[in-house]
Design a protein. Sequence first.
Length: 312
Amino acid sequence: MNLQQFRFVRETIRRNFNLTEASKALYTSQPGVSKAIMEFEQELGVQIFERHGKRIKGLTKPGQAVAQVVDRINREIENLKRVSDEYAKRDQGSLVIACTHTQARYALPSVIPAFRARFPKVRLALAEGSPTQLADMVLQGEADLAIATESLAQTPGLASVPCYRWEHAVVCRPEHPLTKSFKKNGQVTLADLAQYPIVTYDLAFSGRRNIDDAFGSAGLQPDIVLAAIDADVIKTYVDVGLGIGIIAAMAYDSEQDKNLVSIPVGHLFGKQTSRVAVRAGEFLRDYVYTFIGMLAPDLKPAEITALLKPKL
């Protein structure tokens, strides 16, 4: 048994049992991967993969148990490399941040420049997606951390901490009847919003679930004419007259969105909590803890460490 076999087995599973894709990801030949897997099965004395001819179709029942052990072994090997890097190169490395477009566009610009000033040798990369996609990126080792809404706290395999709270806002054209109603009454109601076509977030976003739940509890059926994962896209379609928009309040910029008016609706949909998550049991470099601390300034460093540190 050797580490190469562990890597080959894990990558084959990650690539949906496609040996061609696995061999490309591992920079080796397909016959080499196939041979290593068969030798591994012979050493174990059990068949890990179900096969149809020469094609791998899935995991056998013992293979499912083996896959979990193999994944843990590979993760611990990666942790050893991180420990080595931490003490050999404390202030350099890479950090892949999985986040939504709204966070990349409106929340992170206040954090990343300060982080770069402290760690100029750390290479940063942003990977955008829906909360479910962001969680998968971290679980698959494609990102170091994810920033999304509370759904991260319910994702098995992740450890997370709250970083900031936010509320929804309605955006509409200045001449829209809702704007006039807000100016007259000082706030809007769910019944007011339900009168107009609505452009808002896709169902993959937990903030959207709060919107649906609020209307449902009030016995109202909103007319959602377009759903998107990007607040800027929502604002674009509001600007062309498709309807009113419901977005994260932070995504409204009074300078750049001069054609639109923002109406606070936190009293209708409640406060949302964004969280930052890492893979449970992961060894984190010091600069990762620093970055998380910048995202969650209300938490003490010891609290963050206690919540995210690997369990020994």
